[in-house]
Ligand binder design. Structure first.
Ligand code: GLA
Ligand code: GLA
Length: 684
């Protein structure tokens, strides 16, 4: 679907062949009319095929409650169409205009502390405000009706980064909607009282009206109330997405609808696996956070986006050509980073490569954010790199539409465990769910072992090894599924603080790891979190931090892979494995970090017969991903290092080697620093 967006309604010179889309957010309202023509000319020069327009145009499109100004957008749409460029048209509801917030300040979100988020930036609206909803949907209907038949229209872009700034609203609207959501989830007050454990601290509710969002409280707010509020807040935004989508589907049933997710860094408020079915294709925004694991994190996020998309192609809606403006220090990308970052997303299933934004703003909060056309103009290294990437993506047309080939290892990423494991009043406040999962992924990259991030909705049996770090929330059904997985030959690996609670955040009693105790064949009576700076040694030379467990073996078959050598648990098991029929269930009771995990992993992978697929000398230096289509497999080889790396072995037609990288069809490629090669093999 994504691979033909540029040509869905192709004009005279539209190219109907599938290809990877290329483009950006385009904000022409920030520029005088004469710049628009140059924009389209430069877009063509850069190989741009699609742009997202109108994301922040509400105030311009609707200057007052009953006045509309579409003339400028008509012209932009026509110009783009004449240039053969498709438009992913925004519904423009992301940032309400001043006249609306002045007339209706009751649409403004309220924090847990009771502070109003005032206008002046963007996304200052309550997801549950009926007044906002009414105005937003009226705008969506106007836009959809006006452009329903415009030949440039290839997709709808609902709102923008739903929940980026307004996911947690504690207003009275939110309170009302929360009560409605709780009634639907729990059915009765008795059921809610049980689920929330309100026998504790005299919290028993006798009327729905007594229930509030978890506002600033005297001490730790009820944990299940917090967890339900997270679920509710994600659902409230999903409901807004649906409401816009319904209008778009009614007016343009043939135009696909998307909204841009933020699978990156610590963005956790929106349960994207649960949203994915609501849209016609998954889109993601990703920005690099400079640091030691920055490109591992890019790869991780791209893989997780692919998992959310069910392995099907997805749309990279935003990333940056170079620096952003919103980090403490905004570092420019180095030569080669622009192409490698983009192609790493393609390697993980992106069929579209787009940036924020087309032309760097001269004014506003994002004027120092890079773009495809920088402040320096088109006569710049950056624009030349942008145009070179456009040409590379054109060469990669055969990849378009291919899906991800399941990797031998899956890493289970579970939103509910993410939310619940990091709540307050726990054994430690230092636990970082995403970092633990990323460390496993980094360790697998270091070993050159291919791994897919998968969500709890995926078919887990596709992976010979399933790593489920900090799988904290384990409802009875999931425990059964994991047991089946291991008994049918799968190799499950899990860690500290897993299997502890059910869906209501109630502890599974009888000893930890609760729901997974029998499967893992161990029993823990008390947690042993470590203080900051404190560590323990294992007898295999690894070092553990953050957490330890006092493990007792509870099954005669359970093996000990490593013991604690120091600390209060010295001599006791630290890493265990219980064979289960054809598979196994392993437990890692401490935080080992990337190096410790890389040292341990070969022993965890060995019973599954999993190892690196590339020659041993390049494992860790080169990341391998595989996409496959009916007749072909595409191997992406990404040089993770700043050195030239020779990869002997993989054979195939070299579709692309960025920069000076060269390859031979006889087998093997040479990758310059930070280069990417793409090989096509016949499907086996
Ligand atoms: C987000 C937004 C864009 C822009 C970029 C800047 O992704 O969707 O409008 O603000 O961040 O990085
Ligand atoms: C205080 C309170 C108790 C309990 C403990 C927990 O002493 O009185 O109800 O909360 O703290 O440490």
């Amino acid at each position: 679907m994504i691979s033909t967006l540029h040509s869905r309604r192709s004009g005279a010179d539209g190219d109907p062949a599938p290809r990877l889309a290329y483009g950006a957010d385009y904000n022409p309202e920030q520029w005088p009319r004469d710049v628009w023509e140059e924009d389209v000319r430069l877009m063509r020069e850069a190989g741009v095929t699609v742009v997202s327009v109108g994301i922040f145009s509400w105030a311009r499109l609707q200057p007052g409650p009953d006045t509309w100004d579409f003339g400028w957008l008509d012209e932009v749409m026509d110009l783009l169409h004449a240039g053969g460029i498709g438009v992913d048209l925004a519904t423009a509801t992301a940032s309400p205009p001043p006249w609306l917030t002045t007339a209706h300040p009751e649409i403004l979100p309220v924090t847990a502390n009771g502070e109003t988020l005032w206008p002046g930036a963007r996304q200052h609206w309550r997801p549950t405000s009926p007044v906002f909803r009414e105005h937003a949907l009226r705008l969506v209907r106007e836009i959809a009706t006006r452009y329903r038949d415009h030949p440039a229209l290839v997709a709808w872009h609902v709102n923008n980064e739903l929940g980026c700034h307004n996911v947690y609203d504690h207003s009275d609207d939110a309170a009302r909607a929360f009560r409605g959501w709780l009634r639907a989830r729990h059915g009765s007050l008795d059921a809610l009282n049980h689920a929330w454990g309100t026998a504790f601290w005299s919290q028993r509710y006798t009327d729905w009206e007594q229930i509030l969002p978890p506002r600033l409280a005297a001490s730790h707010p009820n944990p299940t109330q917090q967890l339900d509020f997270k679920r509710f807040s994600s659902d409230a935004l999903k409901d807004h997405l649906r409401a816009e989508r319904e209008i778009l589907r009614e007016i343009t049933p043939d135009v696909p609808v998307t909204t841009n997710f933020m699978v990156m860094g610590g963005t956790r408020g929106m349960n994207y696996p649960d949203w994915a079915d609501e849209i016609d294709f998954v889109s993601n925004d990703h920005y690099v956070h400079p640091g030691p694991q920055d490109r591992d994190e890019l790869s991780f996020s791209a893989s997780l986006t692919s998992g959310i998309a069910g392995g099907r192609p997805w749309f990279l809606m935003e990333h940056s050509t170079s620096a952003v403006n919103w980090q403490p220090v905004n570092v420019a990308k180095r030569p080669g980073d622009l192409a490698r970052d983009a192609l790493l997303h393609v390697a993980h299933g992106a069929d579209a490569v787009c940036f924020f934004q087309w032309r760097q703003s001269a004014a506003g909060a994002e004027k120092y954010h890079s773009a495809m056309v920088p402040h320096a103009g088109a006569d710049s290294d950056l624009f030349r790199a942008v145009a070179a990437l456009g040409a590379t993506l054109k060469t990669l047309a055969p990849v378009a539409g291919s899906e991800r080939e399941p990797a031998p290892v899956g890493i289970l990423y579970d939103w509910e465990s993410w939310w619940a494991s990091e709540q307050d009043s726990h054994p430690t406040s230092l636990l970082d769910y995403r970092q633990e999962a990323l460390d496993w992924y980094s360790a697998l990259l270091a070993l050159g072992v291919r791994a897919d991030l998968v969500t709890s909705r995926a078919d887990l049996s596709r992976h010979r090894v399933l790593i489920a770090p900090v799988l904290h929330v384990v409802p009875a059904e999931l425990a059964k599924e994991l047991t089946r997985y291991a008994e049918q030959g799968g190799h499950l690996v899990t860690t500290y603080f897993s299997g502890i609670v059910d869906e209501n955040d109630h502890v599974w009693l009888g000893g930890y790891p609760g729901a997974l105790r029998e499967l893992l064949g161990i029993r823990i009576e008390e947690f042993g979190p470590l203080l900051p700076g404190e560590s323990v040694e294992l007898d295999d030379t690894a070092t553990g931090t953050l957490w330890t467990d006092r493990i007792t073996l509870a099954d005669p078959d359970t093996q000990v892979l490593a013991h604690y050598r120091t600390g209060v648990h010295a001599g006791r098991p630290a890493v265990t494995r219980r064979p289960t029929g054809g598979g196994s269930a392993s437990y890692v009771s401490t935080r080992l970090g990337v190096d410790g995990l890389a040292a341990l992993l070969p022993r965890l992978l060995e019973p599954a017969g999993v190892h690196g697929e590339l020659p041993a000398d390049v494992r860790g230096k080169v990341e391998l991903t595989v996409r496959r289509a009916a007749g072909a497999r595409f191997l992406f080889l990404v040089n993770r290092t700043d050195d030239t790396v020779e990869v002997s072995g993989p054979a195939g037609d070299v579709l692309v080697g960025t920069g000076t990288g060269t390859g031979t069809a006889a087998g093997g490629v040479v990758l310059g620093p930070r280069e990417v090669a793409v090989l096509r093999q016949p499907a086996g």
